[in-house]
Design a protein around this ligand. Structure first.
Ligand SMILES: [Zn+2]
Ligand SMILES: [Zn+2]
Length: 331
């Protein structure tokens, strides 16, 4: 019975419906007007969409089995190992850094916009370094391994990536005066929307969402981010707002003539949990061991993926630049 009880609470935990069920069984419907009640309604949205997407993929006989299988294993592994690390980091950092905040923003709607722009900047930083610094790429690459796109990709993360991301995002926001209550509200929106942008083509064929594609970051932009085509690689690092990609020149629209190829450029087995989870660390370890001299060994750790000590290499930035220049020549 103990096992069945645990299984039941794991399932309600995954679906995010624990709190919702408590409110419903207590009959306390007024609770839905509180912050706690509203979040109890938001949390189940993505897990339910994941199941709907999985259901549709079975109906349309495009099961993407590999992606679901590995992402399910990752979800279970992260639940066991990385459960509380990120939460603990956030709480610790808030306590440590709040006294050093430049100022303290108030809880008003206009300061909320300020807070969100600061958060998005911090997200850009974490995500940009996750692609441009080889060691951080080891943490982030798990998320880019899937060769198909669907909502289960939301769960595909190395367990130390959340503490790494939240350290940067929390530190920047707290130092820039974002109050903790506002930070948690932003995290809720960012987490939910950040999950939604992984919606698969089964649920949403065209990810552009009409005119919104011009204003915010849509599933279409994030599909581009997950692509390994030269034009698309290392673009669209933002999550909901587009501003920082526009400012730093990393914005890229989906081009109808270039079909998205999902995944990473390293030869890998995307159906193998060990390769998806630890493969980049193994590759980095080999490069460091084989590199001549201490300087080269260190450079492998902080240079962008693709860097080679022989000098003959191409990073994503060079591949993209070359692709754009060649295309300009053809015109
Ligand atoms: Zn990424
Ligand atoms: Zn993603």
């Amino acid at each position: 019975m103990e096992f069945l009880n645990n299984l039941f609470s794991e399932i309600t935990g995954f679906l995010g419906i624990d709190r919702l069920m408590e409110i419903l069984s207590a009959g306390d419907y007024a609770a839905f007007k509180t912050y706690d009640g509203i979040t109890s309604l938001i949390f189940p949205i993505i897990p339910l969409l994941v199941l709907l997407e999985l259901g549709l993929s079975l109906i349309y006989k495009k099961p993407q089995t590999k992606v679901y299988k590995v992402n399910f294993l990752i979800y279970v592994f992260n639940r066991i190992v990385g459960r509380f690390i990120a939460i603990a980091m956030v709480v610790l950092l808030i306590g440590l850094l709040e006294p050093y905040a430049l100022f303290h923003a108030e809880l008003t709607w206009y300061w909320f916009i300020y807070g969100y722009i600061v958060w998005e900047f911090a997200h850009f930083l974490y995500h940009y370094w996750g692609h441009k610094v080889r060691l951080f790429w080891c943490l982030h690459a798990t998320h880019h391994a899937p060769e198909d796109m669907n909502l289960s990709v939301t769960y595909a993360h190395f367990f130390l990536e959340a503490p790494y991301a939240d350290t940067i995002r929390t530190a920047v926001c707290i130092l820039m005066g974002v109050p903790p209550e506002m930070l948690f509200a932003i995290m809720l929106i960012d987490g939910t929307y950040g999950a939604f942008i992984h919606v698969g083509e089964n649920l949403m064929k065209d990810g552009r969402m009409g005119f919104l594609n011009k204003i915010i970051l849509t599933p279409s932009h994030h599909r581009v981010h997950h692509a390994k085509n030269p034009l698309y690689m290392d673009t669209n690092f933002c999550n909901l707002l587009l501003i920082w990609d526009k400012i730093f020149g990393t914005f890229q629209d989906e081009d109808d003539k270039i079909e998205i190829e999902y995944g990473i450029t390293r030869k890998m087995d995307s159906g193998n949990f060990m390769d998806v989870y630890f493969g980049e660390f193994v590759a980095l370890y080999k490069d460091v061991v084989n590199a001549p001299g201490l300087k080269n060994k260190l450079m492998y750790i902080y240079k962008p993926p693709g860097w080679h000590h022989s000098g003959e290499y191409q990073t994503a930035r060079q591949l993209r630049k070359e692709f754009i220049e060649n295309n300009e020549l053809k015109k």
